[in-house]
Design a protein around this ligand. Structure first.
Ligand SMILES: *Cc1c(COP(=O)(O)O)cnc(C)c1O
Length: 233
């Protein structure tokens, strides 16, 4: 049904949001060019640092999947928004300390940043306690940057196996954040290769500057912040 139809039938159409509409159109176009089904790419609207007044219009425009990088910030912002809008899915995309695991499992629906045995074990234990088995992504440090989180590529296969078999986590895919000054395509291709050989379908890759490239390389989840919300302070 078109917006016009909705208007003539007297139903209120979802209000538009310029940033969101632009990103959705770019995703649609990138999928078309890659011969992929748009339904296979989930847009995660990364709302970190932005207050509810900036997030509400994006919710009102129909977006329901959001990403936050800090547990504390999500705890301050999202319970109220979830009450006002049904069907929200919240993804944790930032590093997780084991002492925040309890809140993380309570607040989030998907966790993208599993990258070490201690965290995997703590998550498995906490999910069991809360009667949940949240989908998780394993973060791979494709650029092997010392300051960056993620398991090194050469340790990825063993860690994926341990997360599944030893800890019983619901591993749905891999996530990466390419080094700032390198060609992201190389990192997306590497992540895709590791996922494929481990039988994983989910690929969380691509941000505002490179999500179209990521879609070409098979991204199933793109994490887009500034292209939707504008620059962060
Ligand atoms: C902030 C952040 C994003 C979004 O970055 P933009 O460039 O604003 O789109 C994506 N992924 C992670 C892990 C982030 O921390």
């Amino acid at each position: 049904m078109t917006r016009m139809d909705e208007e003539t039938r007297g139903r209120k159409p979802a209000p538009l949001h310029a940033g969101l509409d632009m990103v959705r159109a770019q995703i649609r176009q990138a999928c078309r060019e890659a011969g992929r089904d748009e339904a296979d790419v989930t847009l995660i609207a990364v709302s970190k640092t932005h207050g509810p007044e900036k997030i509400r219009p994006v919710l009102e425009a129909g977006q329901r999947v959001f990403g936050e990088n800090r547990v504390q910030e999500a705890r301050d912002k999202w319970p109220g928004l979830r009450e006002a809008f049904a069907g929200v899915r919240l993804h944790l995309i930032g590093p997780l300390q084991t002492n925040k695991v309890r809140d993380a499992v309570r607040l989030f629906d998907v966790i993208h940043t599993v990258d070490r045995p201690k965290l995997a074990r703590a998550l498995a234990r906490e999910m069991e306690k809360q009667g949940k088995n949240l989908p998780v992504f394993i973060q791979v440090n494709t650029g092997e940057e010392p300051q960056k989180a993620g398991v090194p590529p050469r340790e990825a296969d063993a860690f994926i196996a341990a997360c599944r078999d030893e800890y019983g986590l619901n591993v749905t895919g891999l996530m990466c954040i390419p080094p700032v000054h390198e060609e992201p395509a190389l990192h997306f291709a590497l992540l895709e290769k590791i996922a494929r050989r481990n039988g994983l379908e989910g690929l969380s890759m691509g941000m505002s500057g490179d999500f179209e490239t990521a879609i070409r390389f098979g991204a199933t989840h793109v994490r887009v912040g500034s292209a939707i919300f504008g620059a962060r302070n």
